[in-house]
Design a binder for this molecule. Structure first.
Ligand code: NAD
Ligand code: NA
Length: 396
């Protein structure tokens, strides 16, 4: 079939297999261009099909020749209907990994469930024995609690007061004011239940109890802080409460891993266009301005540059891992530079529908959004017939 983007709000209903494959090839080439990383050899990535989790998996495999197990929730293709982008990403990644002689297998299903945890443990036991590094990179709007069956939905709202600020519809470039009503207690709790640390803790407990965590195992989850402009809706909002909980969970996991000499970290990453972040109000306008400033300063990074730097310069540099006063690894250091933030704050004041094409990198935002689904990728022939029925080589 000939595959074109079909966009509905924050998502694209179609994905392009060759475009997704080209994105994988580009990411692999970036990792290879940076040289070998002295990292772990057996890596589990939970949330491995898109965004930071995918970039982590590519970095582990092509930076350290790691065997990788991936867990994700993606839609397979059907005749005349494309798969989701993460499906094609994984198919391309696993094909390239196997070509390079690297073990790569995966499980498609609900990572919050006990059943998927069991399947992953069985796969590790059968094929790898143990795991040295667990990356936890889930982003989801809902979670079914595995012990109670209760379904929690997360919300993106401020806490305590109405939040009013600018936002952009990144499809049209229209800048407008939005007001978001504050969350109630139940919404805060629900968001923490979905995006907080409980499930990360469950994973590590189950992996440890099954004996599949190696001596000295490390686990890393991802967080975000961001600037004053987005604070009320992000870090001081419902999602921020969930991130507080996730960050606190790192300490309780480290406690549980003491006898293995293991350790849990949170890495604070840069704001980037992913399927998750494009749904958060105000963030797309901030990202458009941030992209402009960071590109002009030669500081821009995508998911793969971020994760390659996290592995090479932070986690596996051979030196002590540098952390902030709250024990967090910071690869948002360039985003948070004072000069960068001062410029973004100035552009924020100046931005409206008319000025945004100059003040911000809306074109870069849109391109990254399309790229998520394999569209607008250089070197891909979008007029060509393409086979939507691509399968994942190592899917159990
Ligand atoms: P993403 O949407 O690109 O990736 C989410 C991954 O989770 C996908 O692989 C998806 O298949 C998987 N997933 C979702 N629900 C699942 C389920 N129930 N079972 C199994 N797999 C499931 O998101 P992302 O932006 O890469 O976010 C990953 C982490 O990074 C999140 O914790 C996010 O808060 C954090 N982070 C994101 C940004 C950003 O700007 N995007 C910045 C800093 C930190
Ligand atoms: Na991810």
């Amino acid at each position: 079939m000939i595959i074109a983007p079909r966009i509905r709000g924050f998502i694209c209903l179609t994905a392009h297999p060759q475009g997704c494959e080209q994105n994988i090839v580009n990411q692999i080439n970036h990792v290879k261009s940076k040289g070998a990383i002295n990292g772990p050899k057996r890596v589990l990535v939970i949330g491995s099909s898109t965004g930071f989790g995918l970039a982590s998996r590519i970095t582990a495999a092509f930076g350290s020749e790691a065997s990788t197990v991936g867990v994700y929730f993606e839609k397979p293709p059907a005749p005349g209907k494309t798969a989701s982008a993460g499906w094609y990403n994984t198919a391309a990644f696993e094909a390239k990994a196997q070509e390079a002689g690297l073990y790569a297998k995966s499980i498609n299903g609900d990572a919050f469930s006990d059943d998927i945890k069991r399947q992953v443990i069985d796969l590790i036991k059968a094929d790898l024995g143990q795991i040295d590094l667990v990356i936890y990179s889930l982003a989801s709007p809902r979670r079914t609690h595995p012990k109670t069956g209760v379904v929690y939905n997360s919300v993106l709202k401020p806490i305590g007061q109405v939040f009013t600020n600018k936002t952009v519809d990144f499809h049209t470039g229209l800048v407008s004011d939005i007001s978001i009503q504050p969350a109630n207690e139940e919404e805060i709790e629900n968001t923490v239940a979905v995006m907080g640390g409980e499930d990360w803790g469950f994973w590590i407990e189950d992996l440890k109890a099954a004996g599949v965590l190696a001596q000295g195992a490390t686990t890393v989850a991802y967080s975000y802080i961001g600037p004053a402009i987005t604070e009320a809706v992000y870090r001081n909002g419902t999602i921020g409460r969930a991130k507080d909980d996730l960050e606190a969970t790192a300490f309780s996991i480290t406690e549980k891993l003491k006898d293995l000499d293991g350790k849990a970290y949170v890495s604070v990453n840069k704001a980037l266009v992913t399927q998750s972040s494009s749904a958060i109000p105000v963030i797309p306008l901030y990202i458009s301005l941030l992209y402009k400033v960071m590109k002009d300063a030669g500081l821009h990074e995508g998911c793969i540059e971020q994760m390659q730097r996290l592995f090479q310069d932070r986690l596996f540099s051979g030196k002590e891992i540098a952390t902030d006063e709250k024990g967090r690894i910071r690869v948002d250091d360039w985003e948070m530079r004072e000069d960068v933030q001062a410029e973004v704050a100035k552009l924020w004041e100046e931005s409206d529908t008319d000025t945004l094409p100059q003040t911000g990198d809306l074109a870069g935002y849109k391109k990254d959004f399309l790229n998520l689904f394999g569209f607008d990728v250089a070197g891909v022939d979008y007029d060509a017939e393409t086979d939507e029925m691509v399968q994942i080589p190592g899917l159990s």
